[in-house]
Design a protein around this ligand. Structure first.
Ligand SMILES: [Zn+2]
Length: 340
């Protein structure tokens, strides 16, 4: 018994320190950098304007209190209430019901879902200030303003740079919630009927709604497929009423996947690059180790990239989890023992 406990402690120490030891001895170490160095503004996508091509997209929560620039829809009013801590602050409203951090977590899940679906990376950064639709950095900025009275929209998202008629560059990527509307983190699972609020008011599910708006900021227009996340108004003939807006919709349909992969290409196969810096090195070994030890919950994109084991004739055959077998292969790849 004592020996068994001793062995298990040894194993734990081994698992905990092995990657760190390798870090300082063998593995190269790269500083974080964006994979893409292409300029912006020529095509209607982020980064390299040629389809399909990857993109690294920065995003932020818009600074509370900033106003609306001239490019914003003229019917909107007010200042950004998101994060203001006032009575109209959507984060405060959601967190009061669902717990501290619930709003931000729902937003991050929406980005993770898109990141896992295509050759996309998102980096959350601090906001630099500036009114809605007036600055180009970060790429995507999320705020909340008052749409016109009677506007039932939950939110609006503006497309990427390159389409200067519809989306002048400073407006590109900006997302606004309509703070006149009602929102929720719906407790139901995929396909369940959305809960309604007092008086039967439709409650927008934060994650599903943001999936839709982020899709617009990536350059995807409305689809006529009823269960597509991007289903919406296209013409008087397809006015969106056939879209299934009454159910929880947080899973991208085949139609959504085709659209985003058309622009950015498919998500890369599992390659061990958990830190999304284009290298497999010490940073990835540390992340994999933390996941194996249960200290870090991988996001969807990390699950896709880090599930490299087992290797079958030198090619990853994902088994749906990141465990010690994945960690060992990432370590091997980091020191050049395997290549894929
Ligand atoms: Zn839309």
């Amino acid at each position: 018994m004592v020996t068994r406990i001793y062995r298990s402690i040894l194993l734990r120490i081994y698992l905990n320190w092995l990657p760190a030891l390798l870090v300082f001895s063998v593995l190269p170490y790269h500083t974080a950098m964006a994979c893409s160095v292409y300029g912006k503004g020529w095509g209607s996508k982020w980064d390299n304007p040629v389809w399909p091509n990857s993109a690294t997209i920065t995003w932020s929560f818009m600074t509370p209190g900033v106003g609306l620039g001239a490019a914003a829809p003229p019917s909107w009013s007010g200042v950004n209430t998101l994060g203001s801590n006032g009575p109209g602050d959507l984060r405060k409203i959601i967190d009061t019901v669902h717990g501290t951090g619930a709003f931000d977590a729902a937003v991050r899940r929406a980005f993770d879902t898109w990141a896992a679906a295509a050759n996309l990376q998102f980096q959350e950064v601090a906001d630099q200030g500036g009114d809605f639709g007036t600055v180009t950095q970060p790429d995507i900025r999320i705020g909340a303003f008052s749409f016109s009275v009677g506007d039932l929209s939950g939110a609006a998202g503006f497309g990427p740079p390159g389409d200067d008629v519809n989306f002048p560059d400073p407006l590109s990527g900006d997302i606004a919630f309509n703070d006149m509307n009602n929102f929720n983190i719906d407790p139901g699972s995929e396909g369940a009927p959305l809960q309604t609020g007092p008086g039967g008011l439709y409650l927008n599910d934060i994650e599903g709604l943001l999936l839709h708006e982020i899709g617009h900021t990536l350059g995807i227009g409305h689809s006529s497929v009823p269960d597509a996340v991007l289903c919406g108004y296209q013409s008087p003939q397809f006015n969106g009423s056939a879209c299934d807006y009454t159910r929880v919709n947080r899973v991208l349909s085949a139609d959504d996947l085709q659209a985003v992969r058309n622009i950015y290409g498919p998500a890369p196969p599992p390659d061990g690059d958990l830190s999304f810096d284009c290298f497999v090195d010490a940073a990835d070994a540390i992340l994999a180790n933390r996941i194996v030890l249960g200290l870090l919950a991988p996001n969807a994109a990390q699950l896709t990239r880090g599930d490299v084991a087992p290797l079958v004739t030198g090619t990853p055959v994902p088994d749906g989890q990141i465990n010690i077998a994945d960690l060992l292969i990432i370590l091997q790849k980091g020191v050049g023992q395997v290549e894929f």
